[in-house]
Design a protein around this ligand. Structure first.
Ligand code: N2P
Length: 377
């Protein structure tokens, strides 16, 4: 082969290679975009969605969902503040979302992409928006209260007619706690849902941020610590349903899920829930998008899907929490809609408060008091 021919062949090979490589990277780019478009990583509370919501969404949109669960705002917060969680959609309680936004851990939701935003209850949404100081922070998924779930028969056997089944004293009075130790008491591992309520039991305002009030709440918890079976936020649904524990500080919907599970199992356990008359906190859990989410479009598509009235109603009928979705109410089981433990009456609402957005100093006090309680001293 002559020298010039050699150059020609070499040139052709290089050009072909260049076209091939370029083509290949273009393809890779395209498939990467397609991958991104088809994925969604969700991190939500445990026991907080109907069984087929995710598969229905996947079938309808072709988006592949990875669905992980947590049972504490603190766990979620740590992940959000560290960044690179890999999640595209999470559901913090509004006070945690407010703090996370201040730290730059969340991005705004583009409400123009959520046509079903019209279904949202303006009243409920306003309460969350007030805390975050934004109308674009996210949309309230569910809301509820913190109260006491108990096994009717087991409590009656141990406390008789004296059982204060309208007060935090059922668990917080050490005399009662000692009598219930054998049948099992559980407390939520949720400092911001427990400490403010213990304050109301002690006669303080649940929205107080005074250090002395947190310390007093911590002492009241420490006094009953020896009688507690455990401090955990996701175990008590099954345990109280099965009769393995008899009283628990729980979130409203979880308590009703337990009651329902016991009924379904026909195991003889009758579980009830009440909002203590000293007062309790109402909370709002908000669908929100982390600042570094990769699949932002899909996160919006999912929120829009969750905001459909029929989808929202199905979720409520399964998890027994009150919905942020007003349009869903027409399809929510009337038993749920009229239940004062789930949708509190206006009278009960007067004793309810929302845990404030704690600043860094208050947050440190809460963490210190709670860790002491967990450690049992
Ligand atoms: C769901 C608990 C969510 C309520 N199991 C906590 N805000």
């Amino acid at each position: 082969m002559s020298r010039s021919n050699l150059f020609l062949v070499g040139g052709v090979i290089i050009a072909a290679l260049a076209i091939f490589l370029n083509f290949d990277t273009e393809n890779a780019k395209k498939s990467k975009v397609a991958d991104l478009d088809n994925k969604l990583n969700i991190y939500n509370w445990s026991d907080y969605i109907a069984e087929d919501t995710i598969s229905n969404f996947e079938a309808e949109t072709g988006i592949k969902v990875t669905y992980d669960m947590y049972d504490s705002n603190e766990v979620l917060e740590a992940k959000m503040l560290a960044g690179s969680s890999g999640y595209d959609l999470v559901v913090p309680t509004a006070d945690f979302l407010a703090r996370g936004r201040e730290a730059g851990a969340y991005q705004d939701m583009d409400m123009s992409k959520i046509s079903n935003v019209k279904n949202q209850s303006p009243q409920i949404q306003a309460q969350a928006d007030e805390m975050t100081g934004s109308t674009n922070a996210g949309l309230v998924y569910m809301w509820g209260s913190t109260g006491i779930a108990y096994n009717e028969e087991m409590i009656a056997e141990r406390l008789g007619d004296d059982a204060p089944i309208d007060s935090w004293a059922l668990i917080l009075d050490p005399v009662n706690a000692a009598k219930l130790e054998d049948c099992g008491i559980a407390v939520l591992d949720a400092p911001t849902d427990v400490l403010p309520n213990i304050m109301t039991y002690l006669g303080y305002n649940g929205t107080s941020t005074e250090e002395a009030h947190f310390e007093a709440a911590g002492e009241a918890l420490t006094a009953i610590r020896p009688y507690l079976r455990y401090i955990n936020s996701s175990q008590s649904i099954n345990d109280i349903a099965n009769g393995d524990i008899c009283a628990a500080i729980m979130w409203s919907g979880d308590a009703f899920q337990a009651a329902y599970r016991a009924e379904e199992a026909e195991n003889g356990n009758v579980i009830d829930y009440y909002i203590p008359n000293e007062g309790t906190n109402l909370w709002f859990d908000v669908m929100a998008i982390p600042a570094d989410a990769k699949n932002v479009e899909n996160a919006h598509k999912f929120v829009d899907y969750m905001m459909r009235a029929d989808v929202a109603a199905e979720n409520v009928n399964y998890v027994w929490y009150a919905s942020g979705n007003k349009a869903a109410e027409a399809s929510i089981d009337p038993e749920i809609l009229s239940h004062p433990g789930i949708y509190p009456t206006d009278e009960a609402k007067e004793k309810l408060f929302v845990t404030p957005v704690y600043d860094a100093k208050t947050d440190r006090i809460v963490t210190r008091v709670w860790n002491r309680f967990l450690a049992g001293n």
